[in-house]
Design a binder for this molecule. Structure first.
Ligand code: ADP
Ligand code: ADP
Length: 228
């Protein structure tokens, strides 16, 4: 579960990117975060995985007050959150298998468990047949599916995605959306910032709209609500 209480974020340059945010997201929800460029979507979601610290306010994720969390405890906390980016951020010299296994190797899981878990998540994203390929040998949609596999390999309770379909064509975007739906159906919370009006209006979920660092709309089964 994610709770924010009276959250403010002022960047060193004076920009206020979060201006009094109160929100609660239950375990297992699927949430779209929408809003114009510069509205504060990325800041909002970065604060959920302690990539940014709020200037003031409380952020409780899975029972931990992450605004107060010591830096030394951040890596352990991050393992409970998967993150997916618009530009995939795969390691170019590692194969598909190695990109996904990496997070488990860091925590020194046994080779047997690593192999089992990596093949499980690659099967879930339909990439079991591409384990030995490099990211540069894959289509954009396939690269994003590798990055989704990587994000869930630690079995996180929450997956946060910042414009995951931003670099993909419409058909491929729908394929990525199906993958998130599948992960959500297993009980994982999904928080997805997106400009994809078609997806938001067709595959209905909770919509949180941000403008000027504030939540201006929060609807179950909401609409995209903007023209672009
Ligand atoms: P969005 O994701 O909706 O485009 P952001 O959260 O990225 O919005 O940005 C919100 C505001 O905060 C914008 O005015 C942006 O320029 C500013 N901003 C974002 N990151 C930083 C940063 N690291 N330093 C200073 N200003 C920032
Ligand atoms: P799409 O047009 O669907 O985005 P591509 O045309 O880029 O996909 O790729 C189609 C298929 O060919 C994909 O399954 C991809 O993995 C494979 N492929 C693309 N480039 C290479 C390459 N350089 N080496 C091996 N396989 C490749």
């Amino acid at each position: 579960m994610i709770v924010m209480e009276n959250v403010y974020k002022k960047y060193p340059n004076g920009v206020v990117a979060a201006n009094g945010i109160d929100v609660a997201i239950e375990q297992g929800e699927f949430v779209y975060v929408v809003g114009a460029s510069g509205a504060g979507k990325t800041t909002f979601i970065k604060m959920m995985y302690r990539e940014e610290k709020p200037t003031s306010g409380k952020i409780i994720v899975n029972g931990i007050d992450i605004a107060k969390l010591k830096s030394s405890k951040v890596p352990l906390f991050r393992r409970s959150i998967g993150v997916v980016f618009q530009d995939f951020k795969l390691l170019p010299s590692l194969t598909v298998y190695e990109n996904v296994a990496f997070a488990l190797e860091v925590i020194e899981e046994s080779p047997r468990i690593i192999k089992k878990r990596v093949m499980e998540v690659l099967e879930l994203v339909n990439l079991k047949h591409k384990t030995r390929m490099l990211p540069s040998e894959l289509s954009g949609g396939e690269q994003q599916r590798v990055s989704i596999a990587r994000s869930i390999v630690n079995s996180p309770s929450i997956v946060i995605a910042d414009e995951p379909t931003g670099n993909l064509d419409p058909d491929t975007s729908w394929e990525i959306m199906k993958t998130f739906e599948k992960i959500n159906s297993h009980g994982t919370t999904i928080v997805m910032a997106t400009h994809n009006k078609d997806i938001v209006n067709t595959k209905k979920h909770r919509v949180i709209a941000i403008d000027g660092g504030m939540i201006v709309r929060d609807e179950q089964r909401g609409d995209y609500g903007y023209e672009a």
